[in-house]
Ligand binder design. Structure first.
Ligand code: G3H
Ligand code: 13P
Ligand code: ZN
Length: 276
């Protein structure tokens, strides 16, 4: 069933937000949530929505979510463009992210408030501080860690429903090599009265994720690890089986991605929380 970001992020655990871009990835995520009885967020980036077709992706995903019993949010990931925000709201997304983190502080505030106005009351995630690595179409050469003072000023001016922070996390890592700054996370989470979001969690070890959840992270974004399991399983299947029916191979990829999602649900602590 469809669930609002606000209700999803109320627990003392983190809700995994998995990136999707086609039917198989949406199915893998929902199946993982059903098997683990976990609340979930299915999210799509602007480039994924360009690939799948925004309205088409929304129609398929919303229908699939309405059919399942677990609570699921459908979320725009790293929205940079106000027109995309408008189209997502119109298509029935349950929440959006406006990512103005690569802009100077005042411009980030300005575009965040514009997105809030356009989103007409659906919950909104914002970001302060920029991650190293690849952020959708924008390349951040160096991370700008979130400063607690700046985060507080940003929070007071924008009042987001969720706030993404930069604490050593970085996008696009297929190996778990990142080191989070927990002292910084503690400072931010003790001051900001809104759920915090960890992007780029593919490169973060399970033990660090668990510690981050204890310190106030309530939404964990995960993409690269899912892509890796999907693509490696697809390759293995194609190498081992000459069947020309794509479904034979896509089924294997979907299953592999589902298993990765189940593993991450355990780390987030969201398993078994769907009906509580
Ligand atoms: O955080 C960004 C996501 O991994 C989206 O990447 O633009 O390649 O879909 P993408
Ligand atoms: P990873 O691809 O590093 O897991 O990051 C995902 C993400 O932050 C999506 O917004
Ligand atoms: Zn991200």
């Amino acid at each position: 069933m469809l669930a609002s970001l606000k209700t999803l992020l109320r627990g003392d655990y983190a809700v995994p937000a998995f990136n999707a871009y086609n039917t198989e990835t949406v199915q893998a995520i929902i199946q993982a949530g059903e098997e683990s009885e976990s609340p979930l967020i299915i999210q799509a980036s602007e480039s994924a929505l360009e690939y799948a077709g925004l309205e088409e992706f929304a129609a398929y995903t919303l229908q699939a979510v309405k059919k399942t019993r677990i609570p699921v949010g459908v979320h725009l990931d790293h929205g940079k463009n106000l027109d995309t925000v408008k189209r997502c709201v119109k298509s029935g997304f349950t929440s959006i992210m406006l990512d103005g983190s690569s802009k100077p502080f005042n411009e980030n505030v300005k575009i965040s408030l514009q997105a809030k106005k356009i989103s007409g009351g659906i919950p909104i995630e914002l970001e302060i501080g920029a991650l190293a690595g690849k952020e959708d179409y924008v390349e951040e050469k160096k991370a700008r860690y979130t400063s607690p003072e700046e985060a507080m000023r940003f929070y007071r001016l924008t009042k987001p429903d969720a706030l993404a922070v930069s604490i050593g996390n970085s996008h696009g890592w297929s190996e778990k090599k990142l080191k989070l700054n927990f002292k910084l996370l503690k400072e931010i989470s003790s001051e900001i009265p809104t759920p915090l979001v960890l992007h780029g969690s593919s490169g973060v070890s399970d033990s660090q994720i668990k510690r981050a959840v204890k310190l106030g992270i309530r939404k964990i974004n995960m993409d690269t690890q899912l892509r890796k399991s999907f693509t490696l399983a697809l390759k293995k299947s194609l190498d081992e089986n000459s069947d020309i029916n794509p479904r034979t191979h896509l089924e294997k990829a979907r299953e592999a991605m589902k298993k990765t999602c189940i593993g991450r649900i355990k780390v987030c602590g969201s398993g078994g929380k769907a009906f509580k």
